[in-house]
Write a protein that binds this ligand. Structure first.
Ligand code: COA
Length: 349
């Protein structure tokens, strides 16, 4: 990890990352004040009396951290105007093992424009290509959905829950651990799909609990023990990257679960096609599924693959919640979880 020049710039589209300069102090202070409502519940270093002196001390310490090769702190800036947008840092956690942690924030008036995702992706490239790291981690509070989304979009893999891992103002919080290893960045790597077997069971249970709160799934007033149903697993270099679980019933095939753990690489499509083939072989009339009103990514995914919206079951989640109380009240993007939406792919004429 030697001699990373401080003239370094990392850039993609309208975002440019560079090491901090002393002249950044005012901009850092301004951005932190502007973002206090978002930073306050998340960042251990923020407190209501945060001062310009603290901003200065922090900026002044960046050079030394860089020289010691203990932390590489980048100012995220707008590549056109040079305006300070936020911060992204790579902290070496274990030098011998080549393990580092990524932390970040984006000033409030520039969130939801892809800035964090671009910055984190650039720092990941820097970590693997320049520092030759072996593993990078992102540790995120369990309720910080926006940051978890950033980690996912940057290609990180969700590994599990770490208890009491983050402390903010003397209170400990559980965190989700995401990680990346160099192979995660190679999109050309092939993956394979095979039926689930008994050895996969513990992993399946883990995915169901992490993404769906438990192994029980409720669709159209029916509880399914999803870990007992058939399915397929997608593997990349022997590492699980996707899961689909289905149910054959009354000449129909229902997709009960579809989870891709690496987005944008075709894993979801490959799993879906595999189950469609199963359904066709079983002479099913249709392949169908239920999603909830908040799940706009799923609605897009299935419609792009010829699924039709065939029913809106209003307020059905209220009933499902009686059968499965762990269903949360709000879902993706804080949208209240209310309705079940039924989609289908007709299979036979
Ligand atoms: C988390 C944070 C860095 C995100 O920055 P950003 O520049 O807005 O991130 P991006 O625009 O690249 O991506 C945000 C994603 O989260 C989604 N998102 C935003 N708010 C969300 C919410 N409340 N629930 C679920 N998803 C949310 C966005 O829709 C977007 O996903 P999409 O592109 O699929 O629509 C920023 O909100 C922040 O600085 N928060 C405070 C500090 C913090 O939490 N840092 C991370 C500590 S681990």
């Amino acid at each position: 990890m030697k001699n990373i020049n401080r003239d370094l710039q990392l850039t993609s589209g309208s975002v440019l990352l560079r090491p901090y300069r002393l002249s950044d102090v005012d901009a850092v202070y301004e951005a932190v004040l502007e973002s206090k409502a978002e930073l306050s519940p998340r960042m251990y270093w923020y407190h209501p009396g945060y001062s310009i002196e603290e901003a200065r001390t922090w900026v002044e310490s960046c050079d030394e951290a860089w020289e010691r090769e203990s932390e590489y702190r980048f100012a995220i800036t707008d590549s056109g105007s040079g305006v300070f947008l936020g911060s992204c840092a790579l902290t070496i956690v274990n030098r011998e093992f080549g393990v580092a942690e990524i932390g970040y924030y984006v000033r409030t008036n520039r969130t939801k424009q892809g800035v964090a995702t671009t910055a984190v992706s650039l720092v990941i490239q820097f970590g693997f290509n320049k520092l030759k790291l072996n593993r990078m981690e992102i540790v995120i509070m369990v309720d910080n959905a926006a940051s978890q989304r950033v980690a996912e979009k940057a290609g990180a893999i969700r590994e599990g829950i770490l208890r009491n891992r983050i402390i903010v103002r003397e209170k400990a919080y559980n965190a989700v651990l995401f990680s990346l290893i160099p192979q995660d960045l190679n999109p050309k790597q092939e993956y394979s799909v095979r039926p689930l077997n008994q050895q996969d069971h513990a992993w399946v249970v883990n995915v169901l609990e992490q993404y769906w709160s438990s192994t029980r799934m409720v669709t159209r007033r029916t509880v399914h023990d999803a870990d007992q149903l058939p399915g397929f697993i997608a593997l990349q270099n022997d590492r699980p990257v996707g899961l689909i679980i289905y149910r054959l019933h009354n000449n129909e095939c229902e997709i009960v679960i579809l989870n891709s753990l690496v987005e944008g690489r075709g894993v979801g499509s490959a799993l879906l096609e595999t189950v469609r083939d199963v359904a066709i072989s079983a002479n099913c009339k249709r392949l169908w599924l239920i999603t909830t009103n908040d799940n706009t990514p799923a609605l897009g995914f299935y419609q792009k693959r010829d699924f039709l919206l065939v029913a809106l079951h209003r307020n059905a989640v209220k009933y499902s919640r009686k059968l499965k109380p762990e269903i949360p009240l709000v879902g993706i993007n804080n949208i209240p979880l209310r309705d079940e939406i039924e989609l289908e792919l007709p299979l036979l004429q």
